[in-house]
Design a binder for this molecule. Structure first.
Ligand code: 5AD
Length: 332
């Protein structure tokens, strides 16, 4: 798609045009992945974070939040629950918490790898030195999620304190790819100060990076952040971005994110219809789910909880897709 076409889709309100964009994305997804929707188990391991992103509820300046951190044993318990439910991918996600030293993360990965030799281990632990990424990979991690958040350097500066830069974020993503991880990038839709050109830059960046996974979700204000009074991202715009991403990266694994399900009850089904093919129900203990409040009103009940896997599967089937509990690696 050329720039003009992309900007046209971003701006259009024409229902038929939007509907045909989703159909086209759905077809592309079906060519590569059929009707499969892969299910991953998400484990939120810590809401301590040394960063201060203006949009995020677990930013270090937020004093109005109870902090938690799961122990290695608690994380292993979540993996066991997940394994018993049939999950073949564990996503270990957390804020940038200095407690998770190189040694501790290696210990965690090694223990998971030992117990589950063939499962996929996905990490989502933020920016770390390349040597860490290397060691985690050598010890059994397979995938790494690190959203780029916005591919416009100017916009990145508007969303983060000056210590955090787009250049560093891009550098991390490049290193992860080079090491051999299946890499996930991604961005928020409707974050403050975002323009259509920012979104175009996001898509062009994805094309250049060629990540195996792309996480896209609406910005949702969180009450204790500097962005508390900005409006949430638009659902349709989010779905459009998802669909265009599917078209330009046909083999990408694209989640129907929790944020989508948070802004609209059937948000994740709509995301599947626009080209998404992953869902990541939450395996964390209830307390962790509640405290991992990156934005307000995050859904934690119903099919969002991994324990209610059956309900989630039914919803996927009712939406016209096939729940798939295999590892679901990206197609080459
Ligand atoms: N609204 C929506 N998404 C958010 N994230 C962080 N804060 C918010 C928010 N207020 C997203 C970021 C981050 C991911 C873990 O959650 O894109 O990478």
């Amino acid at each position: 798609m050329n720039d003009k076409e992309i900007l046209h889709f971003i701006n259009t309100n024409d229902k038929n045009e939007i509907e045909s964009l989703f159909k086209r994305a759905g077809k592309v997804r079906e060519e590569h992945y059929g009707k499969s929707v892969y299910i991953r188990g998400l484990i939120e391991v810590t809401n301590h974070c040394k960063n201060d992103c203006y949009y995020c509820g677990i930013r270090c300046s937020n004093t109005n939040i109870e902090r938690f951190r799961l122990s290695i044993n608690e994380i292993l318990d979540c993996c066991q629950t997940g394994d018993e439910l049939g999950f073949k991918t564990f996503v270990i996600q957390g804020g940038e918490d200095p407690w998770f030293t190189t040694e501790r993360v290696i210990e965690l990965i090694s223990l998971i790898r030992q117990r589950y030799p063939t499962h996929a281990i996905t990490l989502s632990l933020g920016e770390r030195p390349a040597t860490d990424y290397e060691l985690f990979f050598q010890n059994g991690a397979n995938r790494y999620l690190l959203r780029h958040e916005t591919a416009s350097a100017e916009h990145y500066t508007a969303l983060h304190p000056s210590l955090q830069t787009l250049a560093t974020r891009k550098q991390c993503l490049c290193e992860l790819k080079k090491i051999g991880y299946q890499v996930g990038a991604g961005f928020m839709v409707g974050s403050p100060f975002q323009t259509p050109d920012c979104l175009l830059a996001d898509l062009r960046f994805l094309e250049e990076l060629q990540p195996q996974m792309v996480g896209i979700g609406p910005f949702i204000p969180q009450k204790d952040t500097p962005f508390c009074s900005y409006p949430q991202g638009d659902l349709t715009l989010c779905l459009k971005m998802l669909a265009i991403t599917r078209i330009i990266l046909p083999k990408a694994l694209i989640p129907a994110t929790t944020a989508m399900g948070t802004i609209t009850p059937n948000g994740r089904e709509l995301a599947l219809n626009a080209g998404a093919n992953i869902v990541m129900p939450n395996l964390s203990p209830v307390k962790a789910k509640k405290l991992y409040s990156i934005y307000d009103n995050k859904i934690i009940l119903g099919d969002e909880a991994a324990e209610n896997l059956q309900l989630l599967k039914e919803k996927i089937i009712n939406a016209g897709y096939e729940p798939d509990m295999s590892r679901g690696d990206a197609k080459q």
